[in-house]
Design a protein around this ligand. Structure first.
Ligand SMILES: C[S@@+](CC[C@H](N)C(=O)[O-])C[C@H]1O[C@@H](n2cnc3c(N)ncnc32)[C@H](O)[C@@H]1O
Length: 232
């Protein structure tokens, strides 16, 4: 799944998440928690198209992108809550069991990149994300090609994921998606890593506790991961 056209990307993301909301929500209002929305309003727009009584929450770190997100979602006919902070602290930022769906919509790579930059003492919350991006790509490529990808990323990512999963209601769904932008390939993203990030990470996800991976028809496992929290 490779996108160079913003419109095709928008349609793909909107359609797939709206279908997922219909499948899981079956017509009742949902609370959707998205991690690392950046300036992308596609998920809150899909949620508003699904049901206007639904509620959207994001934990987002970069301040300039959060401001742009706030502007884009201001007029949406649903409740939108923006929590500025590191999703690794989700357990303290949000009440437990508040969300029906926990979404990582193409944000796994951003979380990895931020972890690597922060480890070198570079703040990703302030400043221009896209100016930092070449340095992020250089670091993630170096970690992958140097055999350090898992050693540097697995533990902090799994801690973040487990903390976010506390915000899921029993029976709630964690949905993680990935795809490729041509833009990042042009900036030199390792093509194998960019294409296979989710298959590379999937074995780590087996360590998530109190739930199980599920398959959903029509969603390709190369690009989608679904995990259902146990019913308490
Ligand atoms: C490029 S943006 C947009 C990502 C969006 N999902 C997309 O693909 O369009 C990446 C966002 O992820 C956020 N992010 C990365 N690591 C994060 C973390 N640990 N907690 C919260 N937000 C994080 C960044 O601050 C930034 O706002």
């Amino acid at each position: 799944m490779l996108f160079s056209s913003p419109w095709r990307h928008y349609r793909y993301v909107h359609r797939n998440w709206l279908e997922l909301l219909r499948l899981r929500g079956a017509g009742r209002p949902l609370t959707l928690l998205e991690i690392g929305a950046g300036a992308s309003a596609i998920l809150p727009e899909a949620l508003a198209a699904y049901d206007k009584q639904s509620r959207y929450i994001t934990i987002n770190e970069n301040q300039a992108l959060t401001q742009a997100f706030r502007r884009k979602t201001r007029r949406l006919p649903i409740e939108v809550e923006i929590v500025e902070g590191d999703a690794a602290n989700a357990g303290e930022l949000l009440p437990p069991a508040c969300a029906d769906i926990l979404a990582f919509e193409h944000s796994m790579n951003d979380i990895f990149q931020a972890i690597l930059l922060e480890a070198d003492g570079i703040d990703t919350a302030q400043g221009d994300w896209f100016k930092l991006l070449p340095g992020m790509i250089a670091r993630i490529n170096a970690a992958y090609r140097g055999g350090q990808f898992e050693a540097k990323l697995k533990a902090p990512f799994m801690t973040l994921l487990q903390s976010c999963a506390e915000a899921l209601k029993p029976g709630g769904l964690l949905a993680l998606s990935h795809y490729m932008f041509q833009y990042d390939l042009d900036l030199g993203y390792d093509p194998y890593l960019w294409e296979n990030m989710l298959p590379i990470v999937r074995p780590w996800l087996a360590a998530l506790t109190d739930g199980r991976e599920i398959a959903l028809e029509g969603y390709d496992a190369q690009w989608w991961f679904f995990w259902e929290k146990d019913n308490a």
